[in-house]
Design a protein around this ligand. Structure first.
Ligand SMILES: [Zn+2]
Length: 112
C-alpha cells in the first residue's frame, strides 16, 4: 500500500483520510508514504494512533463517524492480475496517471 501525495499541502487531508482508512480496513497495518516522488518511510497503524496527531485525528473522527467523505482516498490498483500494488491518493489527475512500480507500462486503474 503506497500513499502518494503530490504536494505537502495534501498531508492534512491525507492524515484525516488515513485515520478513516485504518478504522475501516483492520488488515492494513502500514502504508508507505511518498510525497512529491520522495519516499518518506512508513506510517503504521500503531504509531499513527498512539502519536499525538493520530490521537487527535482519531478523536475528531469519532465525533463525526462514519467520517467525512471529503477525507477519503482515491484507490488505484494495477490491472495486472495478481499484482498487489495499491496506491492511495487525495487527488487524481487524468493528465498525470500513476503507473505501477512493478509494471511501469501499466497505468493504475481507479478501484471503486
Ligand atoms: Zn503491477
Amino acid at each position: 500500500m503506497i500513499l502518494v501525495l503530490d504536494a505537502e499541502t495534501e498531508i492534512d487531508a491525507a492524515l484525516h483520510a488515513l485515520a478513516r482508512y485504518f478504522a475501516e480496513d483492520r488488515r492494513c497495518a502500514a502504508v508507505r508514504l511518498q510525497v512529491q516522488g520522495k519516499p518518506l518511510g512508513y506510517l503504521n497503524r500503531g504509531d499513527f494512533f498512539s502519536a499525538p496527531t493520530g490521537t487527535r485525528l482519531g478523536e475528531a473522527q469519532g465525533a463525526q463517524l462514519p467520517g467525512s467523505p471529503a477525507y477519503s482516498f482515491i484507490r488505484l490498483a494495477c490491472p495486472v492480475e495478481g499484482c498487489e500494488t495499491l496506491v492511495l491518493k487525495i487527488h487524481y489527475d487524468e493528465q498525470d496517471t500513476p503507473r505501477c512500480p512493478r509494471h511501469p507500462d501499466k497505468v493504475l486503474q481507479i478501484v471503486t
